[in-house]
Design a protein. Structure first.
Length: 402
């Protein structure tokens, strides 16, 4: 391979992945692997397809925005896994695959007879990633799950919201996303193990485990104190001021972590007397008098715009950021510099904005190359690669298997 080809190569080229998943968590895992060069074959139910095709009312010329965002760079086949002939097709594909990603609730893969035990007998080198809501053990192992249910069960919803309000669901499906990233990590770790030993294995990832991992900082304190964490809105349980304040034209988040920064902060906001006020001089003082201090700062922040506050606070090295809504965020210079607002062409939807590639590799970067597949778009191609002849493919189609 010459140097130019090496620069274009992606690190997972040569690996084949079967993705049996819908909506967010499983498909995002498949998307990342596909971005990095894996041949990801998305398996969908004939005539129905991934629920993300129609989950939102808004479409891009009839194409679901979620579907076309998280299923790029993949090939798609339509296959009825409930039919014996459909399972036989899947078995043949699994024999040639490196990875299977399935995101059914517990017990479904076993009932469909595409579980790890069966597939590993056909392909001992197979990495089988099972991504579920609640994991393979426990009383909820066979329950259907959603990001929101896991936010509720894991305690995440209970600690989110204003002090005088009820539990609040995070505005983005962060638990689905954490689950997808853990699934990627599990798959890549298992592939590394296989490179060393030749052994395939099962990878179990649950959204619940990911949500509990997200609690690491706060849960560690609970284990020592046994005290439930209260809802604090945008505030911090140990630091004051460390929260969002309303400015004249929007909101700004300010984080004052140390007593030295407190003094700089007071000077920047034009209230140097607060720095020497014995009621607020130390971190412990400010925490004890949160209800007294925050209303005073609320009044101060209403006197200027967010942009004006950003200028004076950054000059004093006080950590701060504008609280962007989506329309502001997609124009933010730092967001634009990240490359995470990308564009892609779709044969039906035309050019649209999408999510970029979050992990930047200097020598073998991921790339956005092909659009999300139409339902069953690559069925014939994939089956021919697996050794099926045209007559066999036609017979499967006539029987509704593909």
């Amino acid at each position: 391979m010459n140097s130019a080809a090496r620069r274009q190569a992606r690190p997972l080229q040569g690996y084949r992945v079967l993705e049996v998943a819908h909506l967010i968590a499983g498909p995002v895992c498949g998307m990342y692997l596909a971005d990095m060069g894996a041949d990801v074959i998305k398996v969908e139910e004939p005539g129905k397809g991934d629920a993300s095709r129609s989950v939102y009312q808004v479409t891009l010329n009839g194409e679901g925005p979620l579907y076309i965002t998280v299923n790029r760079n993949k090939r798609g086949i339509a296959l009825d896994l409930s039919a014996p002939d459909g399972r036989e097709v899947f078995y043949r594909l699994a024999e040639r695959a490196d990875v299977v990603i399935e995101a059914y609730r517990g017990g479904v893969a076993e009932r469909l007879e595409i579980d790890y035990e069966r597939l590993s007998r056909l392909n001992p080198r197979l990495i089988y990633c099972s991504l579920s809501a609640f994991g393979p053990e426990g009383p909820w192992r066979e329950k259907p799950g959603l990001d929101a249910l896991v936010q509720a069960m894991s305690g995440l919803m209970a600690i989110t919201g204003e002090p005088d309000g009820g539990p609040v669901l995070c505005g983005a499906p962060v638990v689905d996303t954490i689950g997808s990233l853990l699934a990627v990590q599990g798959v890549l770790t298992a592939l590394l193990h296989r490179e060393k030993t030749g052994e395939g294995q099962k990878v179990d990832v649950s959204l619940l485990d990911g949500a509990l991992l997200a609690h690491a900082a706060r849960l560690s304190v609970f284990h020592l104190t046994g005290e439930d964490l209260p809802r604090l809105g945008s505030a911090h349980p140990e630091l004051v001021p460390y929260q969002a304040f309303r400015g004249r034209d929007g909101w700004i988040f300010v984080a004052v972590r140390t007593d030295q920064l407190w003094r700089s902060f007071c000077g920047a906001i034009g209230r140097p007397g607060l720095a020497t006020d014995p009621r607020f001089a130390t971190k412990a003082d400010r925490l004890a008098r949160r209800k007294e201090l925050v209303p005073m700062l609320d009044v101060v922040f209403l006197s200027r715009t967010v942009g004006e506050w950003m200028e004076v606070l950054e000059a004093a090295d006080v950590l701060c950021a504008p609280v962007n809504n989506y329309s502001d965020m997609v124009k933010d210079p730092q967001v634009l510099a990240s490359g995470m607002i990308a564009e892609q062409d779709h044969p039906k939807g035309g050019r649209f904005k999408t999510i970029g590639i979050p992990v930047k590799l200097a020598k073998s970067p991921g790339r956005i190359l092909t659009p999300a597949p139409a339902l069953g778009e690559h069925t014939d191609q994939v089956l021919r690669e697996a050794g099926y002849g045209d007559a066999e493919i036609q017979s499967l189609r006539q029987r509704g298997v593909i």
